[in-house]
Every structure is written in C-alpha cells, then in structure tokens.
Design a protein around this ligand. Structure first.
Ligand code: 1VU
Ligand code: MG
Length: 350
C-alpha cells in the first residue's frame, strides 16, 4: 500500500505533479468517433464547440485491421484540429490485455500527450489496472515533457470491476471518472440480454391479480436493468471525488428511450454520457443540462433559506438545509455550464 503522503508525488522523475482535484469541466456528452473512418474523422473539426468531449476511440467498434490507422488518425486529428477552449480531447485505448494497448499509450502520450485530457481504459478489473496505467503514463509524460497530468477514466464493464468499483475510483489522483459499460458487463455477468444498454421488456414487475383473476388484465411496469450498477458507481465516484457517466445506448433510432436512459442516469448523479451518433448529442445536452424550471426553483429555495439553516415552507413544501444542498448542486452546475454557453446563460438568467 502506498503511503498517503506519497499519493500526490509524481510516479516518475520529471512527470508533472498529480492533480489534487479533478477539474470539473463540462462533460455532458463524450462523443465517440472512429479516427480510422474518413467520414467520421472529416466531421470532427465541425463538432468542436458543439460537444464537451471528443473521444477518439481505438477499442471495440474499430476493426482489428484498422487499429493502427485509428491510432495514427487520432494523432493527425489532434495535431490538425484547434479544439478551442471548451472541447476536450479524450481517447479510449485498447484493453490492457490486448496486443495494442502498450503502443496506443506510448504513441499517444509521446506524440500528442499535451493535447490529450483523459485516457479511457476499458474492461478495468481492479485498482491494479489503474496502478499500471498510472505509472506508465508518468514515465511517458516524463519522456515526452508533458506539462500537465493526463487523467484516467475507467469503464465498468466486468463483474469483477463492479465488485472493485470503490477501489478503482480511489486508485490514483489521475482518476477522472467511471462510465457504465452495459454491453460488455451484460456479457461478463452472463445476463440474457442482447442489447447495448437500455431496458428489456422481459425485466418487469406485474400488478397483483385483481380479485384473484390471474388471467385478467394487469398492468406491467418495466424495470431498470442498470439501476443497481449505476447507483453503486455513483456512490463510489462521489466518495472519491471523481465523476460518474452513463455509457453507450445502442438503439440509435430510439431517441425516446435513449433520453429516458440518459435522464435516469442524470437524476441518479451522473454528469454525462457517451454519444455514439450525432443524433444523440442534442439529447445528452438537453438531459445533462438542468432545466430552466429546476434552476429557477433552486434559486427560490436558496433565497427563501436565507443563511441556510432552519426550515421554511415554499409552495406548501418544507425546505431545509438538505433540500438547499440539492438546490446548490443544480445552481453550481448551471453556473458552470453558463460560463461556456451563452444560450444556457440566458436560459438560466434570473
Ligand atoms: O452523412 P455522412 O455519410 O457524411 O456521415 C454519416 C456518418 O459517417 C456520420 N456519423 C458520425 N459522425 C461523427 N461521429 C459519429 N459517431 C458518427 N456516426 C455517424 O453521420 C452521418 C450519418 O450517419 P448514419 O446515420 O448513416 O449512421 P452510420 O450507419 O454511418 O453509422 C452508425 C454507427 C452506429 C455505425 C456509427 O454512428 C458509429 O460507428 N458510431 C460510433 C460507435 C462506437 O464508437 N462504438 C463504440 C462505443 S460503444 C461500446 O463500446 C459498447 C457497445
Ligand atoms: Mg466495452
């Protein structure tokens, strides 16, 4: 076990000092693109400023024969694209047990380490995976003269990863966040779904029989397959001061269910989601930006609560310091988003 005193010391001579707090930059949508796909790559410059995060994906969804082209494509895009002030550049490298991960990390950090904000690591099983990446990144940062530490984001997509989620979240000061990876997780758990995220019509609760008539009409309520994992991930992230995210929603055409899934995650504490197709970007922006009504209500509660202690009645409801704290979460988020987005600043204006 590392001493607490050493936790914030660089892991290689010449590497930048670790961050003490994860920068709370907006990351409502982590937009995936395949840097080896010329059509997608061509769209990247126009997406700057319209998404919070552009993520050059090197892992699953990139064909094995395109792995090297994707890696080089990301280097070229990072060098050629002005990302402005408000769009971050992330990557998802290949799994640590794959033949590509070492070259992914080595090439990206030495070639474009100063442009990369976050490295997403798939299929993280436990803190040992983060420790490995932590040390390697420090060595590469030192070699390349990178001035600020590259942060690490873990995907929660194995049963062992879920069992270790608290240890993963606290494994390194580099930890930026964790995303739910429902598709690989479902396979690893031997769930009997065949989808990428979202619900399942078979996972339900049925109303009790009316007057004992089991054949009669009874309402069914579809349940959320992901509630347990998201809630557990949110707690682990909150405990360690890192950010939780929903992951992929594969039914691109079902924009309604996509919005529902994103909103469930938002309400439970997630700060953002992956977007796999351009159509999901506006959904993520809408869901992960608080509504004007919630912001106005939060402001009213703050005003009514004065010094923040005691209890008051507002519209027939009791408000106290606990509801005030929830309102402050909304107001802090609204302020952060408004700083980057004049449209939201206007929407949220008192
Ligand atoms: O109009 P054009 O032909 O010029 O362009 C197409 C298409 O190329 C483009 N487009 C995208 N541009 C930027 N980023 C994207 N992610 C993106 N996706 C598509 O938009 C135009 C319209 O596209 P489309 O509606 O015809 O869609 P396609 O059939 O071309 O592509 C659909 C898929 C889903 C295949 C594509 O969006 C995609 O590959 N998305 C990323 C998938 C991904 O990253 N998967 C890995 C994360 S999920 C995971 O790991 C667990 C399952
Ligand atoms: Mg996966």
């Amino acid at each position: 076990m590392r001493s607490a005193k050493d936790f914030f010391a660089p892991l290689a001579v010449g590497a930048p000092a670790p961050v003490r707090e994860v920068p709370a930059r907006p990351s409502r949508m982590i937009h995936f693109f395949d840097p080896s796909n010329p059509k997608m790559a061509a769209k990247v410059p126009d997406m700057v400023g319209t998404v919070d995060v552009l993520l050059g994906n090197l892992e699953d969804a990139v064909k094995a024969e395109n792995k090297e082209a994707a890696r080089q494509g990301l280097v070229d895009i990072a060098r050629a694209t002005d990302l402005g002030e408000h769009t971050q550049l992330w990557t998802r490298v290949n799994a640590l047990d794959s033949p590509w991960a070492l070259d992914d990390l080595t090439t990206l950090v030495t070639e474009i380490g100063d442009r990369l904000d976050v490295v997403m690591v798939p299929k993280v099983q436990g803190p040992e995976d983060i420790h490995y990446v932590d040390r390697l990144l420090a060595q590469l940062e030192a070699k390349a003269g990178v001035q600020r530490p590259i942060l690490v984001h873990a995907i929660l997509e194995t049963a062992r990863g879920v069992a270790n989620v608290e240890a993963i979240a606290g494994a390194s000061p580099r930890m930026q966040g964790i995303s739910l990876g429902p598709a690989d997780l479902a396979a690893d758990r031997r769930m009997k779904t065949t989808r990428v995220g979202g619900g399942h019509p078979g996972y339900l609760v049925r109303q009790d029989p009316v007057d004992g008539d089991v054949e009669g009409a009874r309402a069914v309520f579809q349940q959320d397959l992901w509630h347990y994992t998201i809630a557990r991930m949110v707690d682990a992230c909150a405990m360690h001061g890192v950010f939780p995210y929903y992951g992929p929603f594969g039914d691109i055409k079902d924009v309604v269910a996509c919005e529902d899934q994103f909103r469930n995650a938002f309400l439970l504490g997630c700060v953002g989601t992956w977007t796999l197709h351009p159509v999901q970007i506006a959904i993520a922006k809408k869901v992960f930006s608080p509504s004007a009504e919630d912001v106005a209500h939060a402001r009213r509660v703050k005003e009514a609560m004065g010094d923040g202690t005691g209890a008051v009645m507002l519209d027939g409801k009791m408000e106290d310091d606990a509801s005030l704290k929830q309102c402050l979460v909304i107001l802090e988020l609204a302020d952060r988003l408004s700083a980057n987005d004049p449209e939201l600043a206007e929407l949220y204006a008192p």
